[in-house]
Design a protein around this ligand. Structure first.
Ligand SMILES: Cc1ncc(COP(=O)(O)O)c(C=O)c1O
Length: 352
C-alpha cells in the first residue's frame, strides 16, 4: 500500500477550486424554471455564442443534454445511429429506448474515429412502412471510449453535406469538445455550426461540479425546455451551478493543453518499454487507452492491483484500461503513474 493516490479514472472526478467556489457562492440567482436566473441565462447565451448557435439550455448532466437532443430529432419508432463506442449508446443506460421509444443502430469505428462513409452506408432517412427510418446521427468529439480521439472537421463536413438534403439531423456529443478545440486550434463554432444541436459538459475537463449546456435554434431550445421539465430537469436557483461553469470558461479551457501534454508524456514513457500496450500516436488529448491484455494481466486484475498501489484507473473491456488526465493531476503524479505502470507491466510477464 502507498499514501500517494493518483486518480486517473476520469476527468469527472475533479473538485471545484476555491476561486470557483467563491464565484458560485456570490452568484446572482432567480427561479430558472420561470426563466428568471440571470447567471443561468448568461451561461446559456455565452455557450450558444461560442458554438455558433442561437440559443442554449442548461442541464444537470451531459446525458440529459444528449437525450433531450435525441428526443427533439427522433420520434418514437424511428432510429438514431451512432458509432458502436458512442457514449449515447453505451453509457446512457438505454435512455433513448426507455424514455423516447427510439431504436438505434451502430457502425464499427476503430478508436471512435468518424468515417462518414459508414453512417452514409447504413442510414435510411425514409424507410417507408416496412423498415425503421433514420432521423438522427450522433457524433462524439472528442471520443471518450475511442481514447480521446479528435474528429476531423473535414469528415464532419462531408457527413453534414450528405445528410442535409435528406433531412437527417446531426447532434454533436461535445462533452469534451473543449479538448478538441485546444488540441487543434479549430474554433468551437467551426465544429458547432456543422450540427443541429450540440451538448457540452462543464463538469469534465473544465472542472465545474455540475452541468452541461445544449445549444441549437431558438425553436429547438424552446422545445427542449419543455422536455427538460418533463424529465425532471427543471432547476430553481441553478445560477449557483452556472456560475461554476462561467468561471471554468474563463479559467480552465486553455489549461487543458497541460492535460494533453501529460497524457502524451505518460504514453511515451510507457511505449518506450511496452510499445504494444500504448501507441502515443493515438494520444491526441487527455485520454490514454492501454492494452494490458497481452502482458499477463486481465484489465480487471490490472485495475485492482494498480488501485492497491495508489493508481486508480478504469477497465474499458476485458483487455484495455483507460487513464484520463485532468486538473487534479500534476507532473509528479504523471511520473508516478508511468513508473508504476511500467513496473506492473514488467511484473505481468512473471504472472502464472
Ligand atoms: C462523451 C460523453 N458524453 C456524455 C457524457 C455524459 O455526461 P454526464 O456524466 O454529465 O451525464 C459523458 C460522461 O462521461 C461522456 O464522456
Amino acid at each position: 500500500m502507498t499514501d500517494r493516490v493518483v486518480d486517473l479514472r476520469s476527468d469527472t472526478i475533479t473538485k471545484p477550486v476555491v476561486a470557483m467556489r467563491l464565484a458560485m457562492a456570490s452568484a446572482e440567482v432567480g427561479d430558472d424554471v420561470y426563466g428568471e436566473d440571470p447567471t443561468v441565462r448568461a451561461l446559456e447565451d455565452r455557450i450558444a455564442d461560442l458554438l455558433g448557435h442561437e440559443s442554449g439550455l442548461f442541464t444537470p448532466s451531459g446525458s440529459m443534454a444528449n437525450q433531450l437532443a435525441i428526443r427533439l430529432h427522433v420520434e418514437p419508432g424511428q432510429e438514431l445511429i451512432a458509432d458502436e463506442l458512442a457514449h449515447v449508446l453505451r453509457a446512457e443506460m438505454g435512455a433513448a429506448a426507455v424514455f423516447s421509444g427510439i431504436s438505434s443502430r451502430s457502425w464499427a469505428a476503430p478508436r471512435g474515429l468518424l468515417d462518414p462513409a459508414a453512417p452514409l452506408r447504413m442510414m435510411q432517412p425514409d424507410a417507408g412502412t416496412y423498415q425503421v427510418s433514420t432521423k438522427a446521427i450522433v457524433v462524439e468529439n472528442t471520443h471518450n471510449f475511442g481514447g480521446g480521439t479528435v474528429q476531423p472537421l473535414e469528415a464532419i463536413r462531408a457527413l453534414r453535406e450528405a445528410t442535409r438534403p435528406l433531412g437527417v439531423a446531426m447532434h454533436l456529443d461535445g462533452a469534451r469538445l473543449w479538448n478538441a478545440h485546444v488540441a487543434t486550434g479549430i474554433e468551437l463554432s467551426a465544429y458547432g455550426q456543422q450540427f443541429d444541436t450540440v451538448s457540452v459538459c462543464l463538469s469534465k475537463g473544465l472542472g465545474a461540479p455540475v452541468g452541461s449546456v445544449l445549444v441549437g435554434s431558438r425553436d429547438l431550445m424552446a422545445q427542449a425546455r419543455v422536455w427538460r421539465k418533463r424529465y425532471g430537469g427543471g432547476m430553481r436557483q441553478a445560477g449557483i451551478l452556472a456560475a461554476g461553469g462561467l468561471w471554468a470558461l474563463d479559467h480552465h479551457i486553455e489549461r487543458l493543453a497541460d492535460d494533453h501534454t501529460r497524457a502524451r508524456t505518460f504514453s511515451e514513457a510507457v511505449a518506450s518499454r511496452f510499445p504494444a500496450v500504448i501507441d502515443p500516436a493515438y494520444v491526441q488529448t487527455n485520454i490514454v487507452m492501454a492494452e494490458v491484455g497481452q502482458t499477463g494481466w486481465t484489465a480487471a486484475e490490472f485495475v485492482a492491483a494498480a488501485g492497491q498501489r495508489g493508481l486508480m484507473i478504469f477497465a474499458v473491456n476485458e483487455t484495455a484500461v483507460r487513464l484520463v488526465w485532468h486538473l487534479d493531476v500534476d507532473d509528479a503524479d504523471t511520473a508516478y503513474a508511468a513508473d508504476l505502470m511500467n513496473t506492473m507491466l514488467a511484473e505481468g510477464a512473471q504472472r502464472p
